[in-house]
Design a protein around this ligand. Structure first.
Ligand code: 1PX
Length: 215
């Protein structure tokens, strides 16, 4: 049985949230960034409980960021730019080794930022894939080129095992609920430049402040 239309998850809507992230002056809205991740987690959960350990970590990080947004210094967390400025100026970031600020916005967002690079690579592979391409292979290749470099052996191993049970391309496109494959490809073509831009703006900001290796 198919769920009523309004309750069905649609990946297009999720990717659209990333559109809202960037303001005209190239600032990244933390609220929309977090909303985008919430949607992605929902999608991941719909793929099955094997991915639970991945979505759990993402949910954790989302919660930390929401905590900052809703906290007494919430206004400082409106954009990623203001967050970086505020946390650095107030010594709220562990810069070289883990210490008093294991839940800084900067280090927490960095983990999601690295995962966004995985998403970019994976979606690009999906977009240009052919009918007989394997989602598990595309996912693993994207992971190895990005996130894996920041993960210890055990996490890489567990991730690799989870990738193996990803549904095949037709079923995967189905869950995305965007329409026929041609429409999925078109949607990805529109969404990807926006995701790339959010990634690049954040990457440049973090590089400028030497924050790309936060413990
Ligand atoms: C059409 C495609 C849409 C797919 C949407 C899928 C959304 C995936 C969301 C993944 C979020 C992963 C966040 C991981 C953050 C992270 O790197 N955390 C590690 C480091 O954090 P720490 O606080 O310890 O410094 C943490 O150790 C992570 C543990 C969990 C394992 C992470 C494996 C990541 C694999 C990412 C690929 C997802 C595969 C989804 C298949 C569609």
């Amino acid at each position: 049985p198919v769920a009523p239309e309004e309750q069905r998850f649609c990946l297009q809507e999720v990717l659209d949230t990333f559109k809202l992230c960037l303001s005209e002056n190239e600032e990244v809205s933390l609220e929309h960034y977090v909303a985008g991740w919430r949607g992605l987690v929902k999608f991941l959960n719909s793929l099955g409980s094997v991915f639970g350990f991945i979505s759990k970590d993402a949910v954790n990080k989302i919660k930390i960021l929401v905590g900052h947004l809703d906290g007494e210094n919430g206004p400082k967390y409106v954009t990623v730019q203001s967050m970086v400025k505020y946390e650095l100026a107030s010594d709220l970031v562990d810069l070289t080794k883990r210490g008093n600020h294991p839940e800084s916005g900067c280090r927490t967002l960095l983990r999601l930022h690295r995962a966004l690079r995985w998403l970019e690579l994976f979606l690009e592979r999906l977009r240009t894939s052919s009918e007989d391409s394997k989602t598990s292979v595309m996912c693993a290749e994207s992971y190895n080129e990005s996130l894996a470099q920041h993960h210890p052996w055990l996490v890489r191993k567990a991730a690799g095992m989870a990738f193996c049970v990803l549904p095949g391309r037709p079923a995967f496109f189905e869950v995305m609920n965007v329409g026929p494959p041609e429409q999925v490809v078109a949607m990805l073509g529109e969404a990807l430049p926006l995701i790339s831009e959010v990634y690049q703006v954040t990457e440049t900001l973090y590089a400028q402040h030497n924050l790309l290796d936060l413990p």
